[in-house]
Write a protein that binds this ligand. Structure first.
Ligand code: FAD
Length: 471
């Protein structure tokens, strides 16, 4: 029987214990499902996942002299029992991607396999270490980042497993599935996905490793420049990590090796690793509190008077608020599926504070638009900005987008790149934004400043004081 490897968001050969276990068990049958859970994910994220799947499939064919991933359309708990009956396999190996929807499916699959005396075996790989290893003195999950990071550093991440063998023997007679050339995971995308393709970064495991090495070669300025959206100072690894083209343990191991080789970059690389710990923190929180994308982490915020869908939110989602840095960031996201972290904080603050709009609307918009969508990082960061999450920024700390722009985009290069009509001749990226607009959206090509920052700020603070009962 074959060694069955169920791919989810772990499109890599290195440090992939689930893949290694399947290869040890027998001729490899790598499997991917086009299921409801996948189609419920955001369009840009599915678009990115398709690129990861295609890169992995091409590499698998190269290593097996021609056999790629078996792609099945339907629900895993319905399809796996037949596949196991047909092939005689008794185990299915999967990297544990602990998102709530995947957890539900894992339980359904376990139940469906029981009558066959077969099992789903979950392997680590998505995190630096299992949450059980990082507990507070009372045995709970850390709610504050600094002690969490200290505990994680003291425990140390798990060691990456050795690379997968170069030659993999494929299972000889796999059932037939959907041809890889026929899949189009983002067919429902509301905007030009050809624009996204034009601005795409290289995908696949090799591209991820190259990007990491390249970043580490130039990392010296990271600590000082990582907040500057006008500079290319961050690693750009988030979308590779989101689809598992590289594991966080591999990133940790390679980056730590650099600190030992070139101590002069150690501060910058230590800061970078601390950002990777934020990713880990988000996942440990999500595992502890699965509804993190749906309800405020702190109960009392359930009654905060956020506004539901409203005209301001419509403007925000069209990247047409009249605030330069906010619109620039939202346009960058429409065109590339990416947005700089500093600008993410500013646009999220603008929505939840100046527009007093429910963070979950912003979260859903990001989920649909980001190529690096990550259920844990997205939820934790939205709750952080909105003020209702663990270790969150206090609500009354309201980013002033103009001051942020002056400080972090001092020469205006970032705003110029994304806003046609802001100053001078529009950049090609700024014009590409208009190609992404669905019919019926009217957004003027001449961007004009038209915001009343003071009104939004006062309204947000009034709402907050009333909510706290001190206004
Ligand atoms: P670098 O600065 O090079 O950081 C290295 C890695 O650390 C990143 O690749 C990422 O894995 C991790 N990281 C960095 N910052 C954070 C952070 N604040 N929280 C969690 N992990 C972090 N990141 C996502 O990967 N997916 C999301 O869906 C997502 N949604 C966000 C929503 C909001 C409102 C905000 C404010 C931030 C969000 N982030 C999200 C975090 C952050 O913006 C991105 O991880 C970062 O911009 C990615 O760029 P980079 O890889 O160049 O980062």
């Amino acid at each position: 029987p074959p060694g069955i490897f169920w791919l989810t968001r772990d499109f890599r050969f290195q440090d992939n214990p689930a893949l290694a276990a399947a290869i040890r068990q027998g001729p490899l049958l790598a499997l991917f499902f086009l299921d409801r859970q996948l189609m419920a994910q955001g369009a840009a994220s599915r678009w990115r996942l398709e690129r990861a799947l295609k890169a992995f499939d091409a590499e698998l064919r190269r290593r097996t002299q021609g056999q790629g991933v078996l792609i099945l359309k339907g629900e895993p708990d319905k399809l796996l029992p037949d596949l196991l009956r047909e092939t005689g396999a008794r185990e299915v190996h999967q990297s544990d991607w602990p998102a709530p929807e995947m957890r539900r499916m894992q339980i359904q699959v376990q139940d469906a396999l029981k009558p066959l005396n077969a099992a789903l075996i979950l392997h680590p790989g998505h995190l630096l270490t299992h949450p059980a290893n990082i507990r507070t003195g009372q045995g709970g999950t850390y709610r504050v980042f600094t002690p969490f990071a200290r505990a994680l550093r003291a425990f140390g991440p798990d060691r990456p497993v050795p690379p997968a063998p170069q030659r993999i023997s494929p299972f000889a007679n796999p059932p037939s599935g959907v041809a890889i050339k026929d899949i189009d995971l983002a067919h429902d995308m509301k905007r030009g996905n050809s624009v996204l393709t034009r601005y795409a970064l290289p995908s696949g495991e090799t591209a991820a490793l190259d990007r990491l090495e390249d970043f580490l070669d130039h990392a010296a300025g990271y600590a000082d420049q990582r907040d500057r959206p006008d500079l290319d100072a961050t690693s750009g690894l988030s979308e590779h990590l989101a689809v598992g083209e590289i594991s966080p343990r591999t990133v940790w191991a390679i980056a730590s090796g650099r600190i030992r080789e070139r101590p002069e970059t150690s501060d910058a690389i230590a800061k970078f690793l601390s950002e990777l710990i934020w990713r880990e923190f988000a996942w440990h929180l999500l595992i502890d509190f699965p509804p993190m994308a749906k309800v405020p982490w702190r109960d009392e915020w359930a009654s905060f008077p956020w506004r539901g869908p409203n005209p301001d939110f419509a403007q925000w989602s069209r990247a047409d608020t009249g605030v330069a840095l906010v619109d620039a960031g939202l346009r960058e996201m429409r065109v590339t599926g990416r947005m700089h972290n500093r600008v993410r904080m500013v646009v999220a603050s603008y929505l939840t504070k100046h527009f007093l709009t429910d963070w979950r609307l912003g979260l859903a918009h990001f989920q649909d638009s980001l190529t690096d969508w990550d259920p844990a990082a997205n939820a934790m960061n939205w709750q952080w900005v909105a003020g209702c999450g663990p270790d969150a920024s206090p609500f009354f700390r309201i980013f002033n987008p103009e001051k942020q722009a002056k400080q972090f985009d001092p020469h205006g290069h970032y705003r110029h790149r994304w806003l046609a009509g802001w100053t001078g001749e529009p950049a090609p990226e700024a014009l590409a934004y208009f190609a992404t607009l669905p019919s019926g959206w009217s957004v003027s090509r001449n961007w004009r400043e038209r915001s009343d920052l003071q009104h939004g700020r006062s309204r947000a603070l009034d709402a907050y004081h009333r909510f706290r009962g001190d206004g």
